[in-house]
Write a protein that binds this ligand. Structure first.
Ligand SMILES: [Zn+2]
Length: 392
């Protein structure tokens, strides 16, 4: 739980001026312009304080005069419906909320110069408040998705979620958000890798990652192609297919070519023109050729250029320690999602509909990012990465 001084610092570090300017242009009944900033601060505080709903926020404000003052409510506290109406209106301007997030990310980048160098991509589900079991669906935009889970109690070994999916990019060294897109839950993850990276670049034009890490759900020719063409090393786990389990595959799952004798070949060196050199581990296996009963030898060595098979090859070969160390950083995004769910209200809401969930996910991300920025900015000379990991 955030301390009061930390909460105050978080509320001050987020700049909502563009958003409030836009909202002031269309004053509506019951939402006085001079209270807009206080409503914004209270809404943001509800994420930092990890409150489960807007009702909980209003109750907290009624009981906590210090919080009321911190948010800037000088007069009577607005009615609960005013808060809901404010959130409704805010959800019409997601781009302006994303700009507020991008401003925070920009500040983080100034403090952490290598921020955005290694990225991790993944998705997480966010429930809807709508009920899937009604005859008339209360949230027609929500949908079901299944995830393989060893912890699942169901017969199919799957965990089912109803609602939405947040596709996100984070910095894999610091575990901090870079960008996100919210969709209905049933969307397949794979096509969202280039989209969420391009979406992040639109808000952060300086973003030029050297490597992108993703699990096997993102293993696709199109993703490898996209990353290769952008000069980014793809650190993506290979999806095991029936074909790759059987014989006749020309590459092992760790991306090494297989020689004619069926052995995964040994990596020797990398040449920027020719690619990676591999040799047969047995020094050229002997093969008895059934047609002529003669003895053939397999190729002693082969060159594999990354562009010849983008899914398997990369300038950082899969079987190297560098590749494995990078892949291990994928945990950063899982940790980020966990932090947002456990302490930044990502699942704590009573809203439904894509637009509302999109705003909710953005606010959770903003509060996460702002807390990190406050912690980094207070400049304790401790190991920055270690500190950031413990932010939330
Ligand atoms: Zn061989």
């Amino acid at each position: 739980m955030a301390s009061f001084s930390e909460l105050a610092a978080v509320l001050d570090i987020v700049d909502p001026s563009l958003l409030l300017f836009r909202l002031r242009l269309e004053r509506c009944r019951g939402c006085p312009g001079r209270q807009l900033e206080a409503l914004w601060r209270a809404y943001l505080a509800s994420f930092v304080l990890n409150l489960p709903s807007t009702n909980a926020l209003v109750r907290r404000l009624e009981d906590d005069s210090a919080l009321r003052v911190l948010c800037g409510f000088s007069e009577k506290l607005p009615h609960r419906t005013t808060f809901n109406r404010f959130i409704q209106r805010l959800s019409h301007f997601p781009v302006l909320v994303e700009i507020a997030l991008a401003n925070l990310t920009e500040e983080i980048r100034e403090l952490l110069p290598d921020f955005g160098r290694v990225l991790a991509v993944d998705s997480t589900t966010v429930r809807t408040h709508g009920n899937p079991n009604r005859k008339v669906l209360s949230d027609p935009e929500a949908s079901w998705t299944a995830k393989n889970s060893p912890r699942s109690k169901g017969k199919d070994g799957k965990e089912w979620h109803y609602g939405y999916k947040v596709h996100a990019v984070c910095d894999a060294d610091y575990g901090l958000p870079v960008g996100l897109i919210t969709t209905t839950a049933k969307r397949n993850d794979s096509p969202w890798l280039p989209r969420v990276i391009e979406h992040s670049k639109a808000f952060l034009p300086w973003l030029k990652p050297g490597a992108v890490i993703a699990d096997r759900g993102y293993d696709a020719e199109s993703n490898s192609c996209y990353l290769y063409e952008n000069g980014v090393a793809a650190i993506i786990h290979i999806r095991e297919t029936r074909k790759s389990k059987g014989k006749g595959e020309v590459h092992s799952l760790d991306g090494r070519p297989i020689c004619m004798g069926g052995q995964p070949m040994e990596f020797i060196e990398t040449n920027i023109y020719k690619g990676h050199r591999y040799t047969c581990p047995a020094g050229g296996c002997d093969l008895r050729d059934s047609m002529s009963t003669g003895i053939r030898h397999c190729d002693f060595e082969t060159w594999e250029h990354p562009s010849s098979n983008l899914r398997f090859f990369s300038w950082i070969p899969r079987h190297t320690k560098t590749w494995k160390d990078l892949y291990a950083k994928r945990q950063s995004i899982e940790r980020m999602f966990k932090g947002m769910k456990q302490s930044r209200r990502l699942e704590g809401h009573c809203v439904r509909g894509l637009r509302q969930i999109r705003l909710h996910a953005l606010m959770s991300t903003i509060s996460f990012q702002a807390t990190a920025l406050v912690k980094i900015g207070t400049g304790q000379e401790a190991d920055m990465r270690w500190m950031v990991r413990r932010v939330v």
